[in-house]
Design a protein around this ligand. Structure first.
Ligand SMILES: [Zn+2]
Ligand SMILES: [Zn+2]
Length: 371
């Protein structure tokens, strides 16, 4: 059978559409047909500058995908041709005995020294068909949806899962509580919708750029949502918005900048959980961002919690699956405007658009004709 694969020849390079042969799935394997891929900011970084984790070029990128099961190999019982599935990015290392990823592991794939990710070490979904190995099918991250969930919705599974890992690593930090999101990009927009679905009392979104903040405030307007421009007095304004509480309960850093960390630290109060969700990387690597803490007064007596998550395991994937299947994120479609939808033949244009300051979520359609 013929398969269309887009290879990115090198960082900052070009995509080449290649037709190659793809076989039938072997025992335990499934073959999937890509329906949608959404574009992550990490894809833009890979497209422009590459990533140390990607050792072999040309590479097949894109890791946020919804697919239809096309064929299943012998012994596969969990999936049938025609099933709508969505996939995670972080995947097990493939070793059945691994203490993280294996059959009896903790499930914390992202902690495994040999962890892999689709679109990184494992080929991504910039291709029409893919065969998933037996361990991928057996251990995940792949989940099935009823057809009341659309392919568009299902492709949000992975980015949602990552955010939900951060929002649930500490119990009881969202429901009835005040959530602060630093940044108004796609990760904050997912977190905003999840926080509302999880029963947050108030969600405060802080952003430097007016355009994107206005877009998010308009499209996700809710009596519980407040947007604050990142002005010099933003700390006082956030604390004002938290009243009658003296501080927020959960602060999520979704802007990849040192200033976001400094701001997050200033918002820590009594019982606040800080999720350092976006890491900071630049041309010189990962800069040190110092902050002094009193282990007794801040951590013990003021119950502060500093934590982070990156990527997701099955925990986040299952939470995202549940929110999508139960239709608890009804405004997801607003993250993608008409000018943020592309046909796969426009993969380069899609990545360029994802790099625009005013874009939220780019979706690439692998069905239908070129428009
Ligand atoms: Zn992603
Ligand atoms: Zn492992």
């Amino acid at each position: 059978m013929k398969n269309l694969v887009y290879y990115l020849d090198r960082p900052g390079g070009t995509f080449t559409a290649t037709v190659e042969e793809i076989g039938e799935p072997g025992p335990g394997e499934i073959r999937v047909r890509t329906l949608r891929t959404s574009v992550c900011q990490s894809d833009v970084v890979i497209y422009r500058q590459g990533l140390p984790r990607i050792k072999a070029w040309p590479a097949v990128i894109l890791h946020e995908a919804s697919c239809e099961v096309d064929a299943v190999g012998a012994g596969v019982t969990g999936f049938m041709p025609g099933d709508l599935v969505a996939l995670g990015c972080d995947i097990p290392c493939g070793d059945a005995n691994c203490i993280y990823c294996g059959d009896h592991g903790t499930g914390d794939w992202t902690s495994c020294p040999n962890t892999q990710a689709t679109g990184h070490e494992f080929p991504g979904f910039a291709r029409q068909y893919a065969i998933l190995p037996d361990w991928f099918v057996r251990l995940g991250p792949i989940v099935k949806f009823d057809r009341n969930v659309t392919a568009d919705e299902a492709c949000h599974l992975e980015p949602l899962a990552c955010g939900l890992e951060g929002m649930t690593r500490v119990n009881h930090c969202i429901e009835h509580r005040i959530v602060v999101l630093i940044g108004a990009g796609s990760q904050s927009t997912y977190a905003l919708q999840c926080a509302l679905a999880m029963g947050a009392r108030k969600v405060i979104v802080i952003n430097r750029g007016h355009e994107r903040l206005e877009r998010v405030m308009k499209d996700f307007a809710d009596p519980r949502v407040v947007g604050l421009p990142w002005t010099a007095d933003v700390v006082e304004r956030v604390l004002e918005a938290c009243l009658p509480f003296n501080e927020p309960h959960f602060v999520m850093i979704n802007a990849s900048a040192e200033a976001a960390y400094k701001l997050g630290a200033q918002l820590m109060g009594y019982g606040t959980v800080l999720d350092a969700h976006a890491g900071v990387k630049n041309a010189d690597g990962k800069p040190r961002i110092g902050h002094t803490l009193d282990m007794n007064n801040d951590i013990h007596y003021r119950l502060q919690c500093y934590q982070a998550t990156h990527g997701s395991g099955l925990h986040g994937i299952r939470l995202a699956q549940q929110l999508l299947a139960e239709k608890r994120l009804p405004l997801l479609g607003r993250m993608t405007y008409a000018n943020e939808r592309f046909h796969h033949s426009q993969i380069r244009e899609a990545l360029e658009r994802a790099d625009d300051r005013n874009s939220l979520k780019i979706i690439i359609n692998w069905e239908g004709k070129e428009t």
